[in-house]
Design a protein around this ligand. Sequence first.
Ligand SMILES: Nc1ncnc2c1ncn2[C@@H]1O[C@H](COP(=O)(O)OP(=O)(O)OP(=O)(O)O)[C@@H](O)[C@H]1O
Length: 310
Amino acid sequence: MANDPILSIRGVSKTYANGPTALEAVDLDIQRGEIFALLGPNGAGKTTLISIVCGIVVPSTGSITVDGHDALNDYKQARRRVGLVPQELSTDAFESVLATVTFSRRLFGRSGHSAYIEELLRDLSLWDKRHAKIMTLSGGMKRRVLIAKALAHEPDLLFLDEPSAGVDVALRRDMWKLVHRLRDRGVTIILTTHYIEEAEEMADRVGVIAKGKLLLVDDKAALMKKLGKRELDLTLVEPMTAIPAELEEWAPTLENEGHTLRYVFDATGERTGIPSFLRRMQELGIAFKDLETSKSSLEDIFVGLVEEKR
Ligand SMILES: Nc1ncnc2c1ncn2[C@@H]1O[C@H](COP(=O)(O)OP(=O)(O)OP(=O)(O)O)[C@@H](O)[C@H]1O
């Protein structure tokens, strides 16, 4: 049914032979037509999850349906609906662009629909290079070929694994445009990334994954609010041993053996609270010689999220 999720993941875990537990009991539903970003640091399990949905890796436990088809028992039907743009560049060096993309389409039992392939290659600025052998192309062009191959059989669900890794600005811009055009045509898109900015720019919904666990799934706006924390660090002239009661409403912390006073604020909020905090400090005669703001790093955010969940 049209309102059913296009992808449904239930209790999926993966422990590699002699390896770590890469995924632990992941449950996730992806709605038709959304752009979903799976955000997580290196080794979080993003590629493993994608590989399981695409039938490249067998899960240790759990079940997956793609458009109602069981990805394990009805692999062919499920796989036909999925396109994957992998992280690494692995294409047939001696083939031409047109031949390899047409081959990818036929692999899924679709006839060589030349008008579709032409449109796809034009969309990706590959049409002029269609007769070129892949080994003669630049890295960026090869990446475009991978995208064309993934889309050749008109999948309903497209996975982009780390789409920005090693990609130049022009390709990134073209790719984002293409992603939005695909979405307008009803294609559902799941991308993995470790850049908050990329998730922010692209996605409708974001899932945060770390150490094999899906920590939370939220609408982008709600998540960005959570991730939009910044730190204001004040280097004090005189180190402090305790936070004065008059500053408690800002809940600052002492770092660096009392030399730094840190105030964490919400950069996406209407008010940061900084002017009143600094005013109160001045009233209290607390002098500082340096002031610095920084974004909390992704690592800090993940640590924060994991601690919140305990
Ligand atoms: N074939 C494999 N055999 C053994 N362990 C593996 C295999 N593939 C991945 N792993 C391990 O599983 C964990 C999750 O890896 P995965 O590649 O899924 O993470 P990721 O989030 O995609 O990271 P990256 O962004 O670096 O690709 C890591 O600890 C990794 O070393």
